[in-house]
Design a protein around this ligand. Sequence first.
Ligand code: MN
Length: 289
Amino acid sequence: MKKKILQVVSRPGRYGMVGDGFRVFNYFPGMISDRKLVSPFLMLDFNPAYDFGPSEQPRGVDVHPHKGFETVTIAYQGSVAHHDSSGNSGVIHPGDVQWMTAGAGILHKEYHETNFSKAGGPFEMVQLWVNLPKKDKLTPPKYQALEAAKMNKITLPENGGYVNIIAGELNGKAGSAITFTPINVYDVKLNANGSMEFDTPEKHNTFILVINGKVEVNGEAADTHQFVIFKNEGESISIKAQTDSVLLVLSGEPIDEPIAQYGPFVMNTQEELQEAFQEYQSGKFGVLN
Ligand code: MN
């Protein structure tokens, strides 16, 4: 059965700055405050293409903590560098993904990559926060660098485009990221008149962000920067592109557990939040300069 659409919403009116390098529009929890409706996802920030101009000092966010969930950064244009207190670091370029499991607690910093900073040019990215179930909140921190060129891919028929399967599975093909709960994340590039069809389980919360382009999703129009929110009714999704289009498809099985959040810490109880804060204050998340 065709998956029903709850709403197609437009980009939020205002952006916010994350540090001085990420000019983001918050799709949720900003526009969807009921966390059950987006679970297992916690947050979606989108930095549409923006040229910050050349800079000798890379823009970004300095050292900060995370605990109890995962941060997923998808680069569409420009390059992002990452360093964390577990000793992991990496640079992602367009199409690449950083999948960082904060788990038991980590410090990291996120910057425009040095050469990209010096040159300037359009910067376009998404940051997604994915919750961890209670049993995995204290998993050791981990970093997965998922390169576009090595990502599992499906080529669409009739020159329709292609899909990089960042996580989960698509039409029987597995995605690249290792996840803790069932999640699908697709980087979809459709050519004008290209189309694709797939299923996501009825109980998965499912969304499509139109990064660029103009598409029809299950018969409804969705334009650049619009966000398609599905109901938990039906499975099948059919997308047809009117123009060359880039889409981020998200679906995930809800985690039916309480959420206690204070900024970059996402736990299940207030007590655990206090503990996280004390651990951070006392240096238990390690050292990062
Ligand atoms: Mn961060």
